[in-house]
Structures are given as structure tokens and as C-alpha cells.
Design a binder for this molecule. Sequence first.
Ligand code: CMP
Length: 140
Amino acid sequence: MAVTRTLTIIKPDGVAQNNIGDVLRTFEENKFKIVAMKMLRLTKQQAEGFYAVHRGKPFFESLTTFMSSGRIVVMVLEGEDAINRLRAVMGATNPANAAEGTLRKRFATSIEHNIIHGSDAPDTAAFEIGYFFSEMEIVS
Ligand code: CMP
């Protein structure tokens, strides 16, 4: 299986709940290499740009308001089959459907406040990594 990169965000709820350490520990335990990381607070417009594929969906307004409501931690992870493995570690979007032991099962409180984002495919990973990081900021 090829080594690939994915973009992950600890969302405002995860930062506010002090889950940064839990998430980083989980990444390290699961053999993800953190090759870029920064803390940000998005503007509403920056959140809308990041989630542009969801524009027009009923949850878009609420999602982008939430994502610009507080500090977030953005990272690039590298590893074998990183996109799919990260999705498995995160668990289902809706924590009510997330498997036992996943990050969302452990810490998320609703489908919107689900503590973490991960890219869902290679093309979205490329867009999302480029949204936050230049190649110079990725250290592998
Ligand atoms: P995320 O992986 O960041 O991608 C889009 C986000 O929209 C998703 O996680 C959820 O937090 C949020 N969201 C809110 N409502 C819904 C919904 N009904 N269906 C899917 N995603 C939703």
C-alpha cells in the first residue's frame, strides 16, 4: 500500500474540550506521521472556501459558522493508505453511528460537533492540504 497524505482538522469543539492531546496520541499510536501542523482561527469566508463542496446543503451555514467559532488545529498526516486509515480512526461522521474506540465515538457530541475532519479522497486531500499549507511547510 502506498504512502499518502491527508488533511485533518481538530475542530473548535475538540480544541475547546481539550482533546488536542488525545487526538495527537491517537495519531501516533496508529502510525501516522505528522508532517505539518498549525493552529488557526478561520474567518467565516475561509471556512466557506474550505467547505465549498457543501455550499447549498442545508447544514452549510451552520457548519461554516461553527468552524469559524474558535481555534482549530490543522495537520497534514502521512502514512500507508492515510486517507482511509484516518477515516477509520475518526469513525462515522455522526457519532451516534461511530464504532467503539473511534475518536468521534469517544469525544464527539453531534454530527456537527464531531471534533475532527479528515479528507475523504485523494483529490479532496490535495485541495485541502493546499488550502492550508505550502510545500515548504510540509516536512517529511
Ligand atoms: P466533516 O468531515 O468536517 O465534513 C462536513 C461536515 O459537515 C461534517 O464533517 C459534519 O460535521 C457536518 N455536518 C453537519 N450536518 C451534517 C449532515 N446532516 N450530514 C453530513 N455532514 C454534516
